[in-house]
Design a protein around this ligand. Structure first.
Ligand code: PLP
Length: 378
């Protein structure tokens, strides 16, 4: 058995990152400033998008999106229930209705077909998730969406390629939460080719003023800037952004290390039918960012929760991404959701776990995880 606990994830912070943050602390400018701008430009350059607005989280980006789109009562948002609940919460807090689509049972991705079934005349927004860093069929989804806006939840997908191009060419939301492929501690970004949307999000993120603190200080804009409409305070500090800028320089190496580890898992789990990894999407060329290594514990010998506990007893951490949203207390009670509505989502919600995957891991660590899995199933 392992001597040291192996967590399911660990941020990959190096000395360059620490120096970058230190430089901000010594610079005399701590809140959003040049590092925010560099992060916005870097993510746009990597992903081939035009405008980026760095924010305090992806959840904040979703909140602002509901405001800018004026989502409210009667409006429906089609999204998978297999997502992080914060995105669903923002829809509900806006007064709109989340309409959950199912996912493919083996890839855990929403598909054009599962989305099409949920579109009604009230659908105002479609939000698929590039789950675990594998891309949804965005062309197929845009085709069924027609005129309805599609915003990609790309929280798992920095570095994910779809048909030879980075995902998130339209409007998309990234997260830099501590467990994501690159991190700012907490942080996120909305990217878009739509200047009006970007300007509105930029305004809403900072009190609804036409300009933020950095603009006022450095670009000579009027310090008497007016409130155009009341907004929030969702800006990211430069202390955080500098960490992201530094990490972004290594995104290729970070994702390559994740990919190597994922391939080792796939190889070594090939003869363990009780713990089944996700399948690759078919029908289009893609390269995943490998944000998570998700597998399904599917055996009469032991259920998923007990299995996670047995791993822990063997000094191996694991995660659960995600417990489906529609069967959580609030959604069950307030919206009357019942088991059976979304069979593939519910199957996965009951059987998945995320095995340890982060760039600092070694091949020996993967072997330890697989040995522990085999020991549990013995
Ligand atoms: C992490 C995550 C989010 C939210 O990101 P925050 O930056 O923590 O707000 C949204 N969607 C998905 C799929 C996520 O995994």
């Amino acid at each position: 058995m392992r001597k040291e606990f192996l967590p399911f994830t660990k941020p990959c912070v190096n000395e360059d990152d620490i120096r970058a943050v230190e430089a901000v602390l010594r610079s005399g400018w701590l809140t959003n400033g040049p590092q925010n701008q560099a992060l916005e430009e870097g993510v746009c350059k990597l992903s081939g998008n035009t405008y980026g607005v760095a924010l305090s989280s992806a959840t904040a980006a979703m909140h602002l999106l509901t405001k800018v789109m004026k989502l409210g009562p009667g409006d429906e948002v089609v999204m998978p229930s297999m997502t992080w609940v914060s995105m669903v919460n923002m829809v509900v807090l806006a007064g709109a209705t989340p309409v959950f689509c199912d996912i493919d049972r083996e890839t855990m991705l929403a598909t054009p077909e599962t989305i099409r079934e949920r579109i009604t005349p009230r659908t105002r927004l479609i939000m698929p998730v590039h789950f675990a860093g594998s891309p949804v069929d965005i062309d197929g989804i845009k085709a069924v969406a027609g005129d309805i806006p599609v915003v990609e939840d790309a929280a798992h997908a920095l570095g994910t390629m779809y048909k030879g191009r980075h995902v998130g060419r339209g409007t998309a939301i990234y997260s830099f939460h501590a467990i994501k492929n690159i991190t700012t501690g907490e942080g996120g970004m909305l990217v878009t080719p739509d200047k009006e949307l970007a300007d509105a999000v930029r305004r809403w993120k900072f009190h609804g003023l036409g300009v933020d603190a950095f603009d006022r200080q450095n670009r000579g804009r009027s310090p008497q800037a007016e409130v155009i409409e009341p907004g929030f305070k969702y800006n990211l500090t430069d202390i955080c952004a500098a960490l992201g800028v530094s990490q972004l320089k290594r995104i290729d190496a970070i994702n390559a290390a994740r990919t190597d580890l994922a391939m080792l898992y796939r190889e070594q789990l090939a003869d363990v039918p009780e713990v089944r990894p996700l399948a690759d999407p078919v029908g289009y060329d893609f390269k995943p960012a490998w944000h998570l290594f998700v597998a399904r514990v599917d055996t009469p010998k032991i259920d998923r929760n007990a299995f996670m506990n047995e791993l822990k007893l063997r000094n191996i951490g694991s995660g659960l991404h995600f417990r489906c949203a529609h069967l959580q207390k609030f959604y069950r009670e307030a919206m009357n959701f019942r088991p059976g509505m979304l069979p593939a989502t519910e199957y996965n919600s009951d059987h998945i776990l995320s095995l340890p995957l982060f760039p600092g891991m070694t091949g020996d660590d993967v072997a330890d995880v697989v040995a522990a899995i085999k020991d549990i199933l013995k």
